[in-house]
Write a protein that binds this ligand. Structure first.
Ligand code: PLP
Length: 378
């Protein structure tokens, strides 16, 4: 696929290799936001039915992206919200533990930690070993070995947010299914740029912040939630998730249950008239480009970069165990990472420092020139 920079408004001369931090806004997404804001100038433009229609397309498009039906999709404000919604509803049996990976994102870790402390269970952490040549392959293998019949759930990412390791979720999901453990995935750093199939990978829940690779606005997240959680207790008791909430005249005819599917986990005021149409447009654009094409664009763009690093003796995971849109480059010992990132910024090159890695992330708005500038600056 061709570079899509013309659909964004990144200032000339800025080399933004940092979509893992936050995507720039598509022009078309910005337009939807402005339209949404303008609607409230005159509230008669907002009909009661509009409270329920905005998310229909969002659920359909996200479902298409990750291979689930729209009713399994919930709209949320953050990953911490999604993780807590799901994990607190995982039942505990005596002797069980939870499992995660080292340096997992805090929004996942803290929910798992809460579940463990409230049940007196152990939170096992499978660490990445630095003293092996194939770090990601070794890590993946040890995660598989750690999953057993006493594992209640595994919470982890599909691509590690700091170092770009790509996990084999198909194998991990199959192992979880075999032992009856739930696989809870943080897709924030992959979904939208790397194909993911919740059914093929036997995922119980997938939570994605939408302001990165899904190109939506901040304060939005989307989750896939499996039927196993159909009786789950949501964080909030929103009127909108109850049957017949479309009838504004009868809202005090209180209902016992919830609407079907994952809707019960939607955040209150889920009809956000600004953010939802923005997210809908972003998903439309991503599906139109094709997620596999986006990943392939990243592969083409980062090829010279990978060669550059390998020639200079840097550790780069082999192709099967790294994603092409997000790379973590371990800094040589003794490097002042902050100073390095500051130096790059002084040259208009934007990346992130995460732990001892500089994290480089590319998307369809990036150009070959961005990559050349990064290499020259490094
Ligand atoms: C892997 C990952 N998960 C989640 C988030 C965001 O979490 P939250 O939506 O809870 O702010 C980030 C943000 O950088 C992230 O990198």
């Amino acid at each position: 696929m061709e570079c899509q920079k013309h659909l964004f408004q990144i200032p000339e001369g800025i080399h933004y290799l940092n979509c893992a931090y936050m995507s720039p806004l598509l022009k078309s997404v910005e337009e939807k936001g402005i339209e949404g804001m303008r609607m409230k100038r005159n509230p008669i433009a907002i009909k009661p039915t509009d409270f329920f229609t905005g998310l229909v397309g969002v659920r359909e498009k996200f479902g298409e992206m990750i291979n689930c039906s729209p009713e399994r999709v919930a709209f949320m404000p953050s990953v911490s919200y999604g993780m807590n919604s799901v994990i607190t509803n995982i039942p505990f049996k005596a002797g069980q533990h939870a499992l995660t990976i080292s340096e997992e994102f805090p929004s996942c870790y803290y929910s798992a930690q809460r579940w463990c402390s409230s049940h007196g269970a152990e939170l096992k952490v499978v660490a990445r070993r630095e003293d092996v040549p194939e770090k990601a392959m070794d890590w993946n293998q040890r995660i598989l070995e750690a999953i057993g019949t006493k594992t209640a759930f595994v919470v982890m990412a599909s691509v590690h947010w700091m170092n770009g390791c790509l996990f084999d979720l198909e194998q991990i999901g199959a192992r979880c299914k075999e032992v009856g453990a739930k696989l809870i995935v943080d897709g924030s750093q992959s979904v939208g740029a790397l194909p993911l199939d919740v059914r093929k990978f036997h995922i119980s829940a997938l939570v994605c912040a939408a302001y990165k690779w899904l190109m939506g606005p901040y304060s939005t997240a989307l989750s896939y939630i499996h039927e196993d959680f159909n009786e789950g207790i949501p964080i909030e008791e929103s009127w909108m998730t109850r049957p017949n909430s479309e009838r504004f005249d009868r809202l005090t005819q209180y209902e016992q249950g919830y609407k079907p599917g994952a809707v019960r986990f939607d955040v209150g005021q889920s009809s956000n008239f600004i953010l939802v149409p923005m997210l809908d447009e972003a998903l439309r654009q991503l599906l139109d480009w094709g997620i596999a094409n986006i990943q392939d664009y990243g592969r083409q763009l980062t090829e010279p970069l990978i060669r550059h690093f390998i020639e200079r003796g840097a550790h780069v995971e082999n192709e099967a165990h790294r994603a092409h849109h997000l790379l973590g480059l371990p800094l040589p010992p003794g490097t002042d990472g902050e100073a390095l990132v500051g130096e790059l910024q002084a040259r208009n090159v934007y990346v992130s420092l995460r732990g001892d890695n500089i994290r480089i992330s590319v998307n369809v708005f990036n150009t070959e020139e961005d990559v050349r500038e990064l290499m020259a600056a490094l």
